[in-house]
Design a protein around this ligand. Sequence first.
Ligand SMILES: Nc1ncnc2c1ncn2[C@@H]1O[C@H](COP(=O)(O)OP(=O)(O)OP(=O)(O)O)[C@@H](O)[C@H]1O
Length: 252
Amino acid sequence: MARYGAEQVFPYYLLGTLLFKGAIMPDPRHQHPLLSIENLSHSTVNAEIFTSLSLHVRRGESVVLCGPSGTGKTTLLTCVLGLTRPDTGHIYVAGKNITDMSSRQLALYRRKHVGMVFQFGELLPELSPPENVALAALLAGVDRKTAYDSAERLLSELGVPLGQTPTAYLSGGERQRTAVARALITNPPLLLADEPTGALDRNTRDSVADLIFELPRKQNCALLVVTHDESLARRADRRFDLVAGRLIGAKP
Ligand SMILES: Nc1ncnc2c1ncn2[C@@H]1O[C@H](COP(=O)(O)OP(=O)(O)OP(=O)(O)O)[C@@H](O)[C@H]1O
């Protein structure tokens, strides 16, 4: 049986300890992408929206998609959500080809693998923040107690007041934090956001942006954000512009 001396084992022990303590984080660029968009083309009855578009996002990294109005940024997000079927090309999430999935499989995929933050939160205004957030977990099959406990923990961490006040009465920032909590409650590996700070004033926008852009590192998820906001785009690890149906990389 082979024997290993301390001098042979120690470097591996040290590396393992450093990795465990988070002193050396694996570089996201060396991982397989969580989201792979490959040669995607899509058109409406009137026009071609994008052609042969490819984009990869890894766990732990943030990518921002900018570009003029009407170039298809939201349409691309709806393709990744499985709400729009592209004409050609494939989208893989965690190795699964979502462009081949049935409607039933897509509904399950959305509940378990994707969190989405919309510009106006898209919460149910009559429900309280814990109810809005817990609902996403209940729909994903989580039991009632766990869903409510997790919703309250997440909301507290994100600084949203608990209680029974309907979300309609909360401030814009509190509503958007609730929307982030709802996107995170199922612990999705992929987080999408469409103009997540577009409806907020400057101060609130900065604090919600801070919150969103620290999620890839904190939750080890992949983040894809669509925005017109240059200050938001600067926070991303990588930034692309969608212009005339093509992706142009502005930040490596
Ligand atoms: N279901 C649809 N049927 C017909 N045309 C559509 C449909 N959905 C989107 N479009 C068109 O596709 C184009 C891209 O729209 P999209 O909303 O994706 O652009 P965008 O880049 O997100 O714009 P903005 O920055 O203004 O939000 C637009 O011209 C839009 O009118």
